[in-house]
Write a protein that binds this ligand. Structure first.
Ligand code: GDP
Ligand code: MN
Length: 386
């Protein structure tokens, strides 16, 4: 789950990180009011689940409250990476002497939270990583001990020669790690962390991603979800208890089990197609889930071929077959559907589908190849795969 900058700033502040105070505004009027209350120059920032807002024109400095009103007018309603801006954050503008980067990610390859710092902050950290990886210092946190004092000290001193700044940075890094752990985060970034002319180190931007699987035990964090800022199809999928991720291919995939869903996407690519989505309908064979899944898939205008791939274990093939029959009687698919069923009650499932005029296959390769071919003949450019 993504949260907004203003929400992440509050979490950081609660953990004792120096973050300038800020207000959130939904109208230019409110933004001007906030600027008025702060008095001096302010920064007006788009609140969307996307990085690179600065480059996109979503971060503006304003010297007066009248200017803040104009900045908010320009930013509200603007689209950043396809997401409409509905709110802005207004904060007193900071004077910046230097900008650094601090980030914590769950590094699955290292099986550890990894803290990264760079004195090349403010700009695209991905670009720094690509063009001068030596500028980024990384430290893995041993999950048995947590972040150790000497590790935080090392990172702080990597960022700043001035010992006062280094000490402040070390303390911010340790608090960021606490905030990250306490929030069930898989990512926490401060970019930029600044030093102002008075030598104070502060966080003036904050980004956090939360592990969806941690939300059940963190109701306060779960309440931060802003469904209005999320992909509408993914929101509906979550409500229907489906794991769904929209992609940009043409073969709509409906699979039971995450591993099989991944294998199916691999095979679609192998046969020269592009998956339109990852979709795991889970272990149950509730026909309502099949209906919800088909509704999501067919709503995607890129989908011109649908592929069902069901491995019956606890899930029974006859239940899924009934779900497909029910779903297709409730809605017009408009695109060809290829069905592969195997496992528990496979014969019954195939018979149910056959009685309704659907052909079901048992061989996964044949089914995927068929689905890809049907999509390709319907005029979606494929890259030839193999
Ligand atoms: P992002 O582009 O989405 O990461 O948004 P940021 O909050 O990181 O802002 C982008 C850039 O705007 C920063 O790197 C700063 O250079 C600048 N900026 C943001 N806030 C302030 C501020 O309070 N004062 C000044 N002088 N510049 C700011
Ligand atoms: Mn930033």
């Amino acid at each position: 789950m993504n949260i907004h900058e203003y929400q992440a700033r509050r979490i950081l502040a609660r953990h004792g990180i120096p973050v300038p105070e800020a207000e959130v505004a939904a109208t230019a009027e409110e933004a001007a009011g906030a600027a008025e209350r702060f008095g001096g120059p302010v920064v007006v920032k788009a609140q969307v689940h996307a990085g690179g807002r600065g480059k996109a024109g979503g971060v503006k400095l304003a010297a007066t409250s009248a200017e803040a009103r104009g900045s908010a007018e320009a930013i509200l309603g603007m689209e950043i990476k396809g997401i409409e801006v509905r709110r802005v954050l207004v904060a007193p503008a900071e004077d910046i002497a230097s900008e650094a980067y601090v980030g914590i990610v769950l590094d699955r390859a290292r099986q550890a939270d990894t803290i990264m710092v760079s004195s090349e902050g403010g700009v695209d950290i991905e670009e720094v990583a690509a063009t001068m990886p030596e500028a980024i210092r990384k430290v893995a946190v041993d999950p048995r001990y947590g972040l150790l004092a000497h590790q935080a000290a090392l990172l702080g001193h990597h960022l700043y020669d001035d010992p006062r700044a280094a000490r402040q940075a070390s303390s911010i890094i340790a608090k960021l790690y606490e905030a990250y752990r306490a929030s069930g985060a898989t990512l926490a970034e401060i970019n930029p962390m600044i030093v102002n002319p008075a030598g104070e180190v502060k966080a003036i931007d904050a980004k956090m991603n939360i592990d969806d699987n941690a939300l059940f035990r963190l109701p306060e964090i779960a309440a931060l979800r802003d469904t209005g800022a999320e992909n509408p199809a993914e929101v509906r999928a979550r409500e229907a208890e489906l794991s769904y991720i929209q992609l940009d291919g043409n073969v709509g995939c409906c699979v039971n089990g995450a591993g099989l869903a991944m294998a199916t996407m691999d095979l679609v690519k192998y046969y020269g197609g592009e998956p339109a989505n990852f979709l795991d309908i889970g272990g149950s064979s509730n026909p309502d889930k099949v209906v919800a899944a088909l509704a999501l898939i067919t709503e995607d205008p890129n989908v011109n071929s649908i592929l069902f791939n069901i491995f019956g274990g606890i899930t029974r093939c006859d239940d899924v077959a009934n779900g497909i029959v029910e779903a297709t009687s409730r809605m017009e698919l408009g695109v060809p559907i290829t069905i592969r069923l195997t496992g528990t009650n496979e014969e019954e499932g195939v018979a149910i589908l056959a009685s309704q005029g659907f052909e079901a296959m048992v061989d996964m390769d044949r089914a995927v190849e068929t689905a890809v071919r049907q999509g390709a003949t319907r005029g979606f450019a494929t890259d030839g795969g193999r």
